[in-house]
Design a protein around this ligand. Structure first.
Ligand code: FES
Length: 324
């Protein structure tokens, strides 16, 4: 059983676990209180009895539709959170979750034309939204394109058959799938493309390509979820920045272009990170000297900002830094 943390006050019991694909499982959780969340949001999960280990997962269930709170998790090799959730957690165990978080949700969109795009595990918030739209906006015209590596990797395969969906697979294509990847030609087949609000979830390069292409085609409302930001690879031609940490005293370096969080994690410097997008506040770190830019200060007070606190996941160092 895991322990509650200040970030994860919601205790939930695992009712059952279902394997979706060779490396993805859905955990169905019972919460004895009302757990408020919105279609497409995610929650932090306290991992393996360690109050300092949190991971963020999309809630794949749908409020007002699903019987259980559900997390759908892909097992990542050496993944502390995904390995524990998919291989060790059993029926009847307890998990601790945070409040639902994130702004990737469709319930405040007035548009009556929607395009849902998902790749791989990105279908988890997209399916949550698809069910929500079917129940609460039945008149909404929803088009969906889902990309997978091979047909056996399609999560929620049976449930997708209830909806009109274009399935695209890179290899081992079977009937019902189009071979290849998301393409300009596929997008141009979507009726009224430019008038649609687009929700997109998947790997960063997939979303980057989809956003750039759709904006060229006239789409103005493009909302995206992002699970992680890949660190800039170390290479001989990338300048490295130096970091001195006062307590405990240590120095380390990382390529320019890495976020402060990536610089710390890649050097084994202890830091808690969950959402990785400047929302949860877990990665708060004090910078004593140096230049940096920030993309989120959401959970920080005026005083903390004045004292040099940043959210490491949302901090881009511009020079060598001194950390507290
Ligand atoms: S990890 Fe959530 S704010 Fe940085």
């Amino acid at each position: 059983m895991t322990m509650p943390t200040s970030h994860c006050p919601w205790r939930m019991q695992v009712h059952h676990i279902q394997q979706e694909t060779p490396d993805v499982w859905t955990l169905s959780l019972l919460c004895h209180d009302h757990y408020p969340y919105r279609a497409g949001q995610y929650a932090l999960v306290s991992i393996n009895q360690r109050a300092d280990t949190l991971r963020a997962y999309s809630l794949s269930s749908t409020p007002g539709v699903s019987e259980y709170i559900q997390l759908t998790v892909r097992r990542i090799e050496d993944g502390v959170g995904s390995g524990w959730l998919t291989q060790q957690v059993r029926r009847g165990d307890y998990l601790w979750l945070s409040d639902a978080q994130g702004h990737f949700t469709c319930d405040n969109e007035a548009s009556d034309k929607v395009l849902l795009l998902a790749a791989g595990c990105g279908v988890t918030p997209i399916m949550s939204m698809r069910r929500w739209l079917a129940k609460y906006r039945p008149a909404c015209d929803v088009q969906t394109i889902v990309n997978v590596r091979s047909p056996q990797d399609l999560i929620f395969a049976r449930e997708w058959s209830h909806y009109a969906v274009t399935r695209v697979a890179e290899h081992d294509v079977t009937p019902g799938f189009i071979a290849g990847r998301l393409s300009e030609a596929l997008l141009q087949q979507v009726p009224d493309l430019a008038q649609r609000t687009v929700f997109c979830c998947g790997p960063a390069p997939y979303m980057d390509w989809a956003e750039a292409t759709l904006r060229r085609f006239g789409v103005t409302r493009f909302l995206r979820e992002q699970f992680f930001t890949p660190p800039v690879a170390a290479s001989a031609d990338v300048e490295r920045l130096m970091f001195s940490k006062r307590s405990p005293a240590t120095t380390f370096s990382a390529p320019r272009g890495n976020s402060l969080l990536q610089a710390m994690e890649s050097n084994g410097v202890p830091v808690i990170a969950a959402c990785r997008e400047g929302v949860c506040g877990c990665c708060k770190t004090q910078v004593l000297a140096g230049d940096y830019r920030v993309t989120s200060t959401q959970t920080l007070s005026e005083r903390e900002l004045a004292e040099g606190y940043v959210l490491a996941c949302s901090c881009q160092p511009q020079s060598d830094l001194v950390l507290a």
